[in-house]
Design a protein around this ligand. Structure first.
Ligand SMILES: [Zn+2]
Length: 229
């Protein structure tokens, strides 16, 4: 019942696009990780400089992992992976500035960031409640209950959609900040920054696509169930 033709139609393209986006972001990151920026600043130094310039009170910390960089709004901490914090590469500068863009969004109470944060508990509950409702709907052959499960699952797609403006805005800020402060020098570095940030944005588009396809897959299962009755 679960490995049917609609699984192939919806989920296989979603997996392929996710893998393609992952491959693209990895190869773009690797390529620009080998190109040092002429400013000579490391990702951590660039973040420090941009934070001071923007009057942001954030702590800049180092975390384990590759591409594990993120900004934590609760502890006002900018956490950079070693490959970003200690590297002077164009990729490192782009990512450090992007995370700083999130810190600026937080300081300015940027609406889409607040919306996304508000969705987190809903999505966390939805990811298991959706399953329970869907499974119970199937087990009891109760179509309305299964539809309720699909609706609860839709929270995941809404979250993925709300993530897009937040990420694109952080990247736009990063590009602006790096150019304005002279951390990024010249056309080639500028284009490297854009490529790294665009590749990262593509993974969020792929995540949205996957969430929508997953939703359509569940919906197709429930539709099939209605027909069998
Ligand atoms: Zn981001």
């Amino acid at each position: 019942m679960y490995l049917n033709s609609s699984y192939l139609i919806f989920m296989v393209p979603a997996f392929l696009i996710m893998m393609l986006a992952q491959w693209y972001v990895n190869s773009t990151y690797s390529r620009w990780s080998r190109v040092p920026g002429r400013s000579g600043l490391t990702g951590a130094q660039a973040a420090q400089k941009l934070a001071q310039r923007g009057g942001l009170n954030v702590s800049i910390e180092q975390v384990a992992g590759r591409m594990s960089d993120h900004y934590d709004p609760r502890s006002k901490a900018l956490r950079l992976s070693q490959g970003v914090a200690q590297s002077t590469s164009v990729a490192a500068l782009a990512i450090a500035a992007h995370e700083l863009g999130h810190a600026m969004q937080d300081k300015e109470d940027y609406g889409p960031l607040r919306l996304r944060a508000a969705l987190v508990p809903m999505v966390n509950i939805g990811s298991w409640l959706g399953w329970i409702l869907l499974m119970a709907g199937f087990a009891l052959n109760f179509t309305e209950l299964a539809w309720l499960g699909v609706i609860v699952f839709a929270g995941g797609a809404v979250f993925a959609l709300a993530t897009l403006p937040v990420e694109l805005d952080a990247s736009a800020r990063a590009r602006r900040l790096l150019a304005d402060t002279g951390i990024i020098i010249g056309q080639e570095e500028q284009s490297g920054v854009s490529k790294v940030l665009n590749a990262a944005a593509l993974t969020y588009v792929a995540a949205l696509f996957t969430a929508v396809m997953q939703l359509l897959y569940y919906a197709s299962l429930v539709l099939g169930m209605g027909r069998r009755r």
